[in-house]
Design a protein around this ligand. Structure first.
Ligand code: HEC
Ligand code: HEC
Length: 188
């Protein structure tokens, strides 16, 4: 997608009004995979608690349009309307922040990963505590194997972002750096 198309698409989505229909039942299957309380217990399935609604909208749109490929999600998003995208995103973003499943990072891991975060300015986009902002995702406390897979997929361009910022940010990362970043961020 070209930058301008991306901006127009985003504006269109952000202007969409929330559906008045009650959501509980329609969200139940989503939460069965993603975790009722915002923390996913399932390998490969990201936690969605406290995720930025404006980011979730972009990803549901990409799943529906098959720009981001992940079989369960392409099917799950296929029949969602634009209003659904907005109301689902707002409801999911209101879930409690994910609880890190693992012990705090040890000092050596923290030092290596903090140097990488500084070098690649992860926090300039994802906010100081990596809690996300606007349409840039929260990554703090996300599942480790999901973070590692996401970074590798951006690097290989298998996962095209709604804009190329993250693909560019991932280009320079080595395998062991992806491992350290994922291990550290998942433990915050
Ligand atoms: C069968 C399990 C399953 C169900 C049901 C499911 N999801 Fe997912 N979802 C996944 C997986 C797996 C991924 C990660 C895909 C990937 O690896 O790129 C995902 C990714 C997502 C993402 C992207 C999160 C991010 O951080 O980028 C969103 C948003 C999402 N799902 C919302 C939903 C919604 C809304 C529903 C219900 C309509 C739903 N999911 C139902 C398994 C599921
Ligand atoms: C120039 C801004 C920018 C920088 C720098 C940046 N990111 Fe991102 N990041 C983004 C954007 C925008 C997205 C969403 C892209 C999309 O649509 O998939 C994203 C997505 C992600 C995701 C996927 C989250 C999810 O829930 O699927 C991860 C993980 C991530 N970034 C980690 C990092 C790490 C680690 C760094 C530092 C090495 C970093 N980012 C640097 C802008 C940035």
């Amino acid at each position: 997608m070209r930058p301008l198309e991306g901006a127009v698409l985003l504006a269109t989505l952000l202007l969409g009004t929330a559906s008045a229909a009650p959501l509980g039942e329609r969200l139940a299957p989503c939460l069965a995979c993603h975790g009722e309380r915002g923390t996913s217990q399932t390998e490969g399935v990201p936690s969605l608690g406290a995720q930025m609604p404006d980011y979730i909208v972009t990803q549901l749109f990409q799943f529906r349009d098959k720009q981001r490929t992940a079989p369960p999600m392409n099917d799950m998003a296929a029949d969602l309307s634009d209003d659904d995208l907005r109301s689902f995103s707002d409801a999911l973003g209101a879930l409690p922040a994910p609880v890190a499943a693992k012990a705090a990072p040890d000092a050596a891991l923290a030092a290596r990963a903090q140097a990488l975060v500084a070098k690649h300015q992860c926090n300039s986009c994802h906010a100081g505590e990596l809690t996300g902002r606007d349409n840039i995702p929260r990554i703090r406390g996300q599942r480790e194997e999901y973070l590692a897979a996401a970074l590798a997929a951006y690097r290989s361009n298998a996962r095209p972002g709604y804009d190329p910022a993250m693909n560019e940010a991932a280009q320079g990362l080595k395998d062991d750096e992806i491992r350290d970043l994922a291990a550290y961020i998942a433990r915050l």
